[in-house]
Design a protein. Sequence first.
Length: 89
Amino acid sequence: MKLMIGYLILINIIGFFIMGADKKKAVRGAWRIPEASLFLTALIGGALGCTLGMRHFRHKTKHWYFKYGMPLLFGVQLALAAWICHYLK
């Protein structure tokens, strides 16, 4: 359980910072992080970090699939975590 919590903390920190890094690259006109990579990070557990990074850095907020998809993905992950915790008791 501690390993899972550590993983989730780490992947969410990564998600937060890659949103910031992509925003910085967008402002500079540099090579960007692919949107698929941003969503993959969210999908493997980093949806909260990506959502917070998106809001904090004001990045990808005009794209509906990010604006609604990231929080929805976080909701699904939260529901899945609640379900797993309920059945592991």
